[in-house]
Design a protein around this ligand. Structure first.
Ligand SMILES: [Zn+2]
Ligand SMILES: [Zn+2]
Length: 303
């Protein structure tokens, strides 16, 4: 069985929170990794509401430093200090992130020196690579340094336990060799490990937060199982608004999904003006890309 990716939408709103939607934040869990993507104000409370523990966070990926995506950072950092967080915390973000992190550390003040934090500024690159999985980033266009992220689990050859059972192969170090596709001899019989392996498909989830439509967003999302994408406004809003705010419309987000040939699309970062009518955004997007949802705060997806 493949290890699950668990994604929780901690906040699905945008600049101004509403009764239903907090500021942007998502938690991606995979094995021991707990990766927080953006950290809007009140995110640690959202963790608690979702039954999740902010002290398990291993890495924080910041899309950009607009307040709605980062005002929750000092609070989470203080909680980590109070709870004796004792692992290394890695924070990634676009150009300028080191300066911003220093400012936020100053805000937190006492105890921040006890946290073991590594900060890395990234652009178009592999953010980190743990062999089995990695994170990639690409620069987006939002009037300030801004990046999107993809979390990718690589395709893998796995040992078919059912076939092992049928061949009555006992548990021993030889099984480890079979798992590597090597041939071994058991009770005088030669067994070819390669014949006991099967291919487990890779998986990819991409996060395109604040940006105007750009080819980098399409390139980043290419072939994703799930694209989480901002869709701040309806396509009916004025051209001036899109130019001024550098955000995506429902239809632009859907066309990124279509061009990138993703399997599913989740739209987030909805403006407060659609609080009562998120369907407007959904219906517009559906005209371009069928498999689309608008998650609510604390909704989860696993795959
Ligand atoms: Zn935003
Ligand atoms: Zn922004």
């Amino acid at each position: 069985m493949a290890e699950r990716i668990d994604l929780t939408f901690l906040g699905t709103g945008s600049a101004i929170p509403t009764a239903r939607r907090n500021h942007p934040a998502m938690l991606l869990k995979y094995k021991a990794e707990n990766i927080l993507i953006d950290c809007g104000e009140g995110t640690q409370r959202q963790f608690r509401k979702a039954g999740l523990n902010p002290c398990k966070v291993t890495r924080i990926l910041i899309s950009h430093w607009h307040g709605d995506h980062v005002f929750g950072l000092p609070g989470i950092l203080q909680t980590l200090i109070l709870n004796g967080y004792n692992q290394r915390l890695e924070i990634y973000g676009p150009r300028g992130t080191k300066g911003w992190v220093r400012k936020y550390f100053d805000l937190v003040g006492r105890g921040i020196e006890n946290l073991d934090v590594v900060v890395k500024e990234i652009g178009d690159e592999i953010v980190f690579d743990c062999d089995e999985y990695f994170v990639e980033s690409k620069k987006l266009e939002h009037g300030c340094p801004s990046v999107g992220y993809s979390f990718i689990v690589r395709e893998k050859m796995r040992l078919d336990r059912e076939k092992l059972k049928k061949l009555k192969i006992p548990n021993s170090p030889l099984v480890g060799k079979l798992a590597k596709g090597e041939s071994v001899e058991i009770d005088g019989k030669k067994i070819d490990g390669k014949k006991l392996l099967y291919k487990e498909a890779g998986r990819k989830v991409s996060f395109v937060m604040d940006t105007r439509f750009c080819e980098n967003a399409v390139a980043l999302a290419k072939g994703s199982d799930l694209l989480v994408c901002e869709a701040t406004y309806s396509k009916e809003e004025s051209k001036e608004l899109f130019e001024k705010r550098a955000h995506l419309s429902s239809v632009e987000a859907a066309s990124i999904a279509k061009k990138a040939k993703v399997k599913g699309l989740a739209l987030v970062h909805l403006s407060q003006r659609y609080e009562a009518i998120p369907k407007v955004i959904l219906e517009e997007a559906k005209e371009v890309f069928e498999n689309v949802i608008i998650p609510e705060d604390l909704d989860g997806i696993e795959f």
